[in-house]
Design a protein around this ligand. Structure first.
Ligand code: B12
Ligand code: SF4
Length: 490
């Protein structure tokens, strides 16, 4: 059996980092972990090829070679998916699809031959049996969320690790919260399910043996969904492993803001060499937090919480949203002010986006306020619902937030605010690698010589070299990120 696994393009989005990655000699930010995991569940005798269209070109000959085309995708890849399905069907091939796009929007893909809804640890063995017995079903959907202690380790041999900026791993699935706009609860449930410590260390070890050094993104919905296990088992084991191996990996992940309430946990994460956490901060407006059910963000000093985390050694990137029903005309200024004060350098501000099968979707559908399907890309100025605020005021206000916070003056100012708070635990002198040299030269050349905002750039560079020399590599990274943010089409 010949299986072609295809991961569609997600270019020109907040997370694609196209231009910076090219400058650094990388082709994509992260590998497609879902497909690599499914590939591991296949019988050994099946031949497999993976084309990640973010790193390689899908050619007719790939499709010709395969018996089955397996596709994985998020909503933002929907249009690309349709093209791939057409190509495959045109060549008379069978298409098998899975991942969040299909789990929450399977109705839109009538011409897919076999569709997996949800996680597949329980259903994929059934598919293999049905294939052998020639009785394949159209839809495979598990009754319960699977135990991820059964989840296979990803098949890293299907990709070239060097093409990517960071590797991905998963420790848990699910999130204990239930924010109105989020589909994680529908996709992965509210009770975090965890891998064993052995599985996690085993996966780190495999990546290490395959020669990987550098970034590893724990793609958990919320890494701190089960704090006790994390503190008592996993983090101590990771810290020990990292120490023994002389800290080959730096970790990033996603957490909820209540991390700030647990200094012991922050310290353990920083000890393990977590360097950045992405947090859904969403909005400084108390009524909007109430409206979207972001309970963990309510009744707290949000700026103070961010600073606590920064002070203890982790930088915070944040997700912000405008377009809630409770948002007042002042929301745009309050978002700008909040983002500047908090030193959240990588601030992803999006327009509220109504994802299918969320509580928000149901509420707005009942109120007849839905006007289209979500493109999944929350940083484009297209609304798929009728907002309470005047539409033009909302979109113009949104664009103003972006042009302000990413402007060189504000952006570099925010880096300085962060550096004053940030106290990392580990310091590694940067290696004289091609990657680092390319980063430094690109930053100096493009931002210090070619692009606008040069005065603010050199002010920051000089200040950081004098006052925070050890954090200079972080500064270079942030300046390049700023270039990506300014160039995104909104
Ligand atoms: C890593 C990640 C990314 C990476 C993707 C890189 C990559 N190469 O994969 C990046 C950072 C680029 C990204 C970006 C975005 N992401 Co994202 N991302 C994730 C995250 C955190 C992990 C994905 C992952 O690796 N999971 C681990 C694997 C093992 O799980 P899995 O993919 O679900 O696979 C399992 C099954 O689904 C199934 N499966 C998957 N594919 C296939 C294929 C076949 C054929 C079969 C049989 C089975 C199968 O098998 C696996 C084992 O059970 C998920 C959340 C999550 N927990 O999954 C969100 C998630 C996928 N992202 C999401 C969103 C919304 C986005 C953004 C739009 C966010 C934003 N607000 O901007 C952007 C899109 C791009 C943009 N606008 O800039 C949503 C998708 C919603 C949807 N219904 O499509 C998710 C679910 C999170 C959420 N609820 O918000 N994301
Ligand atoms: S905390 Fe994050 S992952 Fe959990 S429900 Fe809210 S938005 Fe979704």
């Amino acid at each position: 059996m010949k299986i072609l696994l295809v991961y569609p393009n997600y270019k020109d989005t907040f997370w694609s980092f196209d231009r910076i990655l090219k400058l650094l000699g990388k082709r994509a930010a992260f590998p497609p972990l879902g497909l690599l995991t499914v590939a591991s569940m296949m019988p050994k005798e099946w031949e497999k090829k993976l084309i990640d269209m973010n790193t390689d070109i899908l050619k007719d000959e790939h499709i010709k070679w395969a018996d089955y085309i397996f596709i994985s995708a998020m909503i933002v890849q929907k249009e690309e998916v349709k093209k791939i399905i057409d190509l495959a069907k045109g060549a008379g091939k069978k298409v098998v699809a899975g991942g969040p796009l299909f789990t929450t929007g399977w109705e839109d893909f009538k011409n897919v031959d076999h569709m997996f809804l949800g996680e597949v640890e329980d259903t994929f063995p059934e598919f293999i049996d049905d294939l052998e017995n020639n009785c394949l079903k159209k839809i495979y959907s598990g009754k319960d969320f699977p135990d991820i202690k059964k989840s296979a380790a990803p098949d890293w041999d299907l990709i070239k690790l060097v093409n990517y900026d960071s590797m991905c791993m998963q420790f848990s699935r699910g999130c204990p919260f239930n924010c109105e706009f989020c589909d994680v609860v529908q996709l992965n449930g509210r009770v975090p399910r965890l891998k064993t410590t052995g599985q996690v260390i085993g996966e780190l070890q495999t990546l290490y043996e395959k020669g990987w050094r550098g970034g590893v993104f724990f793609v958990d919905d919320n890494l701190i969904g089960n704090k006790a296990k994390l503190k008592n088992d996993y983090l101590p084991a990771i810290i020990k492993w990292q120490k023994e191996k002389k800290y080959p990996f730096v970790f990033t992940t996603q957490v909820s803001i209540n991390l700030a309430d647990d200094p012991e946990l922050i310290k353990l994460m920083a000890d393990a060499y977590f360097i950045t956490v992405f947090i859904g901060i969403e909005t400084p407006d108390a009524d909007s937090l109430e409206e979207c059910g972001k309970n963990q963000n309510k009744n707290r000093d949000l700026v103070g919480s961010v600073k606590t985390i920064q002070n203890m050694g982790l930088t915070v990137s944040g997700g912000f949203i405008v377009g809630f029903d409770s948002d007042k005309a002042s929301i745009f200024n309050s978002q700008i002010e909040f983002i500047q004060k908090s030193g959240v350098v990588t601030a992803m501000v999006g327009l509220l986006n109504v994802l299918p099968r969320t509580r928000l979707y149901q509420r707005l559908k009942d109120a007849r306020r839905l006007i289209g399907k979500s493109s999944g890309n929350n940083t484009k100025s297209n609304l798929n619902f009728i907002p309470k605020m005047d539409r033009d005021v909302l979109i113009n206000g949104y664009k103003r937030v972006l042009s302000t916070i990413y402007s060189p003056k504000q952006y570099y100012g925010r880096i300085k605010t962060l550096l004053k708070e940030y106290r990392p635990i580990h310091f590694k002198a940067p290696k004289l690698s091609l990657y680092n040299i390319r980063a430094l030269l690109s930053s100096f050349w493009l931002l210090g010589i070619i692009q606008k905002g040069r005065w603010h750039y050199w002010k920051l560079i000089t200040w950081s070299l004098i006052r925070k020399p050890r954090l200079f590599p972080n500064v270079v990274g942030f300046t390049l990120m700023g270039m990506h943010l300014r160039e995104l089409p909104y």
